[in-house]
Every structure is written in structure tokens, then in C-alpha cells.
Design a protein around this ligand. Structure first.
Ligand code: ACM
Length: 270
């Protein structure tokens, strides 16, 4: 059984120290095997220039990376955290995965950029990672917020063996609340959405983040849900083994029933 903690909070735009402090405070009483935080949780979301983003971007040995490495070791937890990443003069909207030994085996770079993200971030080039933890007997797939609109992402993660899809998010619409349970059902996986609350305004344009972080079971049922504006942690205990049998009746199996030979042509670019 896996103790899962999904964090929802309200980052302060541009204040990495305040956000790290808030995350430390929220997680202080939490004991979990896997902790999932929102997208861009150390920096805030709305950036229109690379100059403003650059001082907040993370890489090996940076402030937030050191913080999360220590936290993962102290809690003996896997931590999945969305943060801006600096790499070779480019920036990515990334998810860093910290293991209990403090290492970062995987950085997922957001594949589908939302709205004005393309003004500061490059499109991700990392593929869709699944992290296998033998000690926990758990396979964690990673996607990031707007990736939810592309069913290919969760399908690829399920085909790679994910039991649970962690989806750090900064969601600004409500449509996802209908669709994330479908992603869980159609792939027979757990889906954990760690969304943020609050709002940010840039050049007179305001973005409202929708909170309502949630964990869905492989049947699309909510196991735990947060409200729209509160800061806090959703705690749940899950059994990832229930995701492994992809049959849903005596005949059908959602992965082996697929007909990829029929999908290829229509999946090509128009
Ligand atoms: C989003 O991808 N932040 C909506």
C-alpha cells in the first residue's frame, strides 16, 4: 500500500524563498511515500519575459533542488514537483522527481505548452517518463497540466506501465474535472492532480487558478478532493496493484484490445 500526499497551495509569484518556506510548512506534519506538488510551485506561473523567469529557473544544485533533495531524504519519500528548469540557455516548464536518496533520476519537460507559456519556455523534448520504484512496487507516470487535453499522453504512460499518473497543475479552466476521471478509466490507472489556488495578474491580465486538486481511482471515482481555494494536503492510501489487470470483464482488456494498426494513418500530422 502506498501513502500518497497531493499538495495544493497558493504560490507567491516570483518569490522562491516564500514558496519553499510555505511548502516546508505544509509538509512538516506529513508522512508519505509519494508527495506530488503543483506545476511551477517554486516560482509562480505567469511569466512574459525570460529575464523575469531566469533567476527562478532550477538546475542541479540550485536552491529549490537542494531543498527538495533534503526533504525527500528526510521524509524517505519520492517528491514530484513542478518547477521552471534552466538548461543550456533555454527554459522548460518541468517536473523534477526527487528520490529518497536525494537524487533526481528524471526531469519531465512539458510537451504541450499552454497559452503564453511559449513566450518563455521551449517545448519539452524529454518524452513521457515512468519511474519504477521496486521498494514500493509502484510505477509513476508524469504529465503536466495542459497535457490532459491530449489523451495520447496518459495512454503512452499506461502503455509504459504506469500505475499512477502524477499531474502537477496550474489549471485555469474547469473542463479537466470531467476529463481527468476519463483518463483514469480509459487507462485503468490512478490519476493525482496537484493543482494550485489563487490568482496572478500580468500586464492587466488576470489568471485564476481553480484548486480542487483530486485523486481519482482506476474507475474514475474521486478518492480525495480539495476545495477551490484552500491550501493543504490530500492524503490517501492506495494499492497500485489494482491497476495491473487491464481487463474490465471476462473478455475485454483495454490495452490488448487496442488496434494500433488502424490508428497510425489518422494519427499523422494534418
Ligand atoms: C496549464 O497548462 N497550466 C493550464
Amino acid at each position: 500500500m502506498i501513502r500518497l500526499a497531493t499538495v495544493q497551495f497558493t504560490p507567491v509569484h516570483g518569490d522562491r524563498h516564500a514558496n519553499i518556506e510555505a511548502i516546508g510548512r505544509i509538509l512538516e506534519p506529513v508522512s508519505a511515500d509519494l508527495i506530488i506538488l503543483p506545476e511551477l510551485c517554486t516560482s509562480g506561473y505567469f511569466f512574459l519575459t525570460k529575464e523575469e523567469l531566469a533567476p527562478l529557473a532550477e538546475e542541479a544544485g540550485s536552491l529549490a533542488c537542494c531543498f527538495f533533495s533534503h526533504l525527500a531524504s528526510a521524509k524517505q519519500a519520492i517528491i514530484v514537483a513542478g518547477m521552471p528548469e534552466a538548461s543550456g540557455g533555454r527554459f522548460f516548464n518541468s517536473v523534477f522527481v526527487f528520490l529518497p536518496d536525494g537524487t533526481v533520476p528524471v526531469i519531465y519537460r512539458k510537451s504541450h505548452l499552454f497559452y503564453k507559456e511559449g513566450m518563455v519556455f521551449d517545448k519539452g523534448d524529454s518524452g513521457f517518463p515512468v519511474i519504477r520504484d521496486e521498494r514500493l512496487d509502484l510505477s509513476i507516470g508524469i504529465m503536466l497540466c495542459y497535457d490532459w487535453r491530449f489523451p495520447e499522453v496518459s495512454r503512452v504512460l499506461a502503455l509504459e506501465g504506469a500505475d499512477l499518473i502524477a499531474c502537477p497543475s496550474n489549471l485555469v479552466t474547469d473542463a479537466w474535472r470531467k476529463v481527468m476521471p476519463a483518463r483514469a478509466i480509459e487507462n485503468k490507472v490512478f490519476v493525482a492532480v496537484a493543482n494550485r489556488a489563487g490568482s496572478e495578474t500580468k500586464e492587466g491580465e488576470r489568471l485564476d487558478f481553480k484548486g480542487c486538486s483530486a485523486l481519482y481511482d482506476p474507475f474514475g471515482e474521486p478518492v480525495a478532493e480539495a476545495g477551490p481555494s484552500e491550501d493543504g494536503v490530500l492524503l490517501a492510501v492506495i494499492d497500485p496493484r489494482i491497476c495491473r489487470d487491464k481487463r474490465f470483464n471476462a473478455v475485454n482488456d483495454i490495452l490488448t484490445d487496442r488496434r494500433p494498426e488502424l490508428y497510425g494513418a489518422i494519427c499523422q500530422p494534418r
